[in-house]
Design a protein around this ligand. Structure first.
Ligand SMILES: NC(=O)c1ccc[n+]([C@@H]2O[C@H](COP(=O)([O-])OP(=O)(O)OC[C@H]3O[C@@H](n4cnc5c(N)ncnc54)[C@H](O)[C@@H]3O)[C@@H](O)[C@H]2O)c1
Length: 250
């Protein structure tokens, strides 16, 4: 049987690393891409069937060089998981243009660039794209003018990709995680925020990296062969709830 190949961005840690490990377990070969060279070396240690690629997805020239390197190593590409993301939060008035651009450059430009560079290879395999959005792209909240807007744009970009690439047999879907206890969340969630999330999420807890990875792996797989243009919230029910009024539950 032909071994399928996935490119996973932001694979040095967190959700990207968990997804890489799960897909390796499921028999895929994985091109693990990240801009953190040291983190990527540690992450790929001992992972047979994986190879590291140091690249910043927000820099077009680096993406243009990296995709051919991946194809030359593995010979094919069946799935692209656009997971690399940055979270920088702040009030609208204090969000300067440099912060806005940093967030858009990785979260939105990066997905556009990597997906576009991967298209010729994905056409050959009739492969699939999974973009990682966020609950913050589905529900607005304070301090997320850049992050939330970038993630809402990722949702629309996914639908654009699905609409246009379907005729080549390429599927595109978006996974929107709720809060997951990764380095990213640790850097921005205080204990008070953690408690408030527990209160507002119907399942009353954060998700795990593996729970998000399972949804991503499904969408990459043949089991999802008739699923495209979809936005799947893996969020403990957070997106389904309306106004969270703790007082009503007490
Ligand atoms: N953790 C959460 O609570 C949460 C919730 C919703 C959505 N998400 C999304 O899930 C994805 C993964 O998040 P995570 O929590 O695992 O984050 P993380 O910070 O733990 O890991 C992100 C990885 O992406 C890499 N990266 C960042 N910018 C890059 C760039 N320009 N080029 C290449 N690599 C880059 C980092 O080096 C890091 O290894 C992100 O898109 C994030 O927005 C996370």
């Amino acid at each position: 049987m032909t071994q399928k190949v996935a490119l996973i961005t932001g694979a040095a840690r967190g959700i990207g690393l968990a997804t890489s490990k799960l897909m390796l377990e499921r028999g895929w070969q994985v091109a693990m891409l990240d801009r953190d060279s040291a983190g990527l070396s540690t992450a790929t240690e001992g992972l047979e069937e994986a190879a590291p690629f140091v690249c910043d997805v927000s820099i077009a020239e680096q993406v243009e060089e990296t995709l051919p390197a991946i194809l030359s190593k593995f010979g094919r590409l069946d799935a692209v998981v656009n997971n690399a993301g940055v979270a920088e939060f702040g009030p609208i008035e204090e969000t300067d243009f440099a912060l806005w651009r940093r967030v858009m450059a990785t979260n939105l430009d990066g997905i556009f660039l990597v997906s576009q560079a991967a298209l010729p290879a994905l056409r050959e395999t009739r492969g699939s794209i999974v973009n990682i959005g966020s609950i913050s792209g589905l529900r607005a909240s304070t301090l997320r003018v850049a992050y939330g807007t970038s993630k809402a744009a990722v949702i629309q970009l996914t639908k654009q990709q699905a609409a246009e690439l379907g005729e080549h047999g390429i599927r595109a879907n978006c996974v929107c995680p709720g809060p997951v206890w990764t380095n990213m969340a640790k850097s921005v969630h205080s204990q008070e925020i953690i408690d408030a999330y527990h209160d507002a999420i119907p399942l009353n807890r954060y998700g795990t990296e593996t729970e998000i990875a399972e949804v991503i792996a499904f969408l990459c797989s043949d089991q999802a062969s008739y699923v495209t243009g979809q936005v799947v919230a893996s969020d403990g029910g957070f997106d389904s709830t309306g106004v969270g009024l703790p007082a009503l539950r007490k």
